[in-house]
Design a protein around this ligand. Sequence first.
Ligand SMILES: [Zn+2]
Length: 250
Amino acid sequence: MLVGWVAGWRGIRRLFTNLDPGENAMQLNESDSTFRSIFEQIKSIYSNVCQNITFIDPTHSPEKPESDLVNANIKFDEVLRFTDKTVSSNDGYPAADADGFTINFIRGGNPASAIFLKSSAAGITENDSPDLYWLIQTLFLHHELMHAQDLKLGKNFNLANKTVDLVKAEVYADVKTLRFFDNFRKDGGEPFRNMYATGILGREKSPIYTRIFNGIIKTFPQARLRAWASASLISPENNKNPTKTHPAEL
Ligand SMILES: [Zn+2]
């Protein structure tokens, strides 16, 4: 069902050559046109936001974040733990089975982030479909990078009192990711955007995700998300692996 979805897709190269050269200066290798290279280029676009990106085993079970950082060889002084008192553990926001998560920490007096991605994206391995695998990993990566950016900007994370507005932080990451790929829809971003809309619509209807969804549709109305998702070859109805990406330790 998934094979060939992106194989015939043209224009991915333009997505990245048309980015603002000031902020996103990069060289595109002529022979490097796979989705994996897109993933690598997103990494370099946001290298000032986060340079710690680690793949972990799909069976990874949550450990202390300190252990995750040590295992990934990431130096840190202190792990940052943000709380949101308005969100209870009954709201359906489990960190345990996230496909991607971010650990925030202090190093040299400054806040920094480490992104962890499971080496099976929404249940799809690289062997199943390399293009789809890297497409989804790219979306997960962008989502987590937006959390790292949010922390750096101090928009929804309050470093002074270690609090976060969890719903707003998730809405921020989702809206920024949708907007990034929508901005480049004519230059190859459309399948990314459509896939992301599919993921949003396919999420479970828990209280927390309902609040996040209601925040997203203030920017991208539900009808538009549905139109985008319907153009994706994986429809919400067929999405048996609802995507969950969010920062841990919140
Ligand atoms: Zn998130």
